[in-house]
Design a binder for this molecule. Structure first.
Ligand code: SF4
Length: 224
């Protein structure tokens, strides 16, 4: 009950701030809607910030130059939160367009390799990038990942065995490393957010986490 009251109060405060500081930034690429982006390293005075897989905000960063703009995230959650867009594959210099990758090998410890060229292995590059960016995300209060992505998926990513056959589901390399660094950070993906109950649950967890951050001066992370 107390949590609901807290979430409700924060919702109202955020909405007022949203109206007062109406800072819209047009999505990169040709997404028809707009998203409000936070600074890459947000200050504690900002509205609640979420990390988001960049393609979900309409940025044309996917391997084929497309995006996966999600209006529910950009328009609905954009009323409550600022966003820090992150595309790990672009950030490690893969470029756009780039060769598609997939998870291959042990389901619990897969590699991110090229679909057409298994010699292309970006596993370590994605992990290193996660280690580099994670400490700078101390002020985000949640993360929305792109489902089914070998980099960003949180548990529904197809893993292939070494003969190239689908074998099981796993976690994207970047998402795994980030979630290990910030183990208490509320995370979700766009598929979960499409379900009203799961969406409400995520928002509530974000407000609770932010409240906890305010009292503890940022969350708990784990150094490897
Ligand atoms: S799923 Fe992740 S790696 Fe793939 S385009 Fe989107 S942000 Fe980039």
């Amino acid at each position: 009950m107390a949590l609901r009251v807290l979430a409700c109060r924060r919702y109202l405060v955020s909405t007022v701030f949203c109206i007062m500081f109406n800072r819209f930034v047009t999505c990169a690429g040709q997404c028809p809607i707009t998203a409000r982006h936070a600074d890459p390293v947000p200050s504690p005075m900002q509205r609640i910030c979420l990390g988001v897989s960049s393609c979900l905000l309409g940025n044309r960063v996917r391997y084929d130059g497309s995006h996966k703009c999600d209006p529910l995230i950009v328009e609905t959650l954009g009323e409550l939160f600022d966003f820090v867009p992150i595309c790990p594959e672009e950030a490690i210099g893969m470029g756009v367009p780039r060769p598609p990758i997939r998870l291959q090998g042990k389901p619990t410890q897969p590699r991110a390799v090229g679909v057409d060229n298994p010699e292309l292995n970006i596993t370590m590059a994605l992990r290193d990038y996660a280690k580099q960016i994670a400490p700078k995300l101390q002020n985000i209060s949640g993360y929305i990942f792109k489902s089914q992505s070998p980099s960003c998926g949180t548990g529904d990513v197809q893993v292939y065995d070494n003969s190239g056959e689908p074998s099981s589901l796993g976690v994207g390399i970047f998402a795994q490393a980030l979630m290990s660094y910030w183990p208490l950070l509320p995370v979700t993906d766009e598929c979960c957010l499409a379900q009203p109950e799961a969406r409400a649950d995520f928002i509530e967890r974000v407000f609770a986490y932010r409240h906890w951050q305010d009292h503890n001066q940022y969350g708990v992370h784990i150094d490897e």
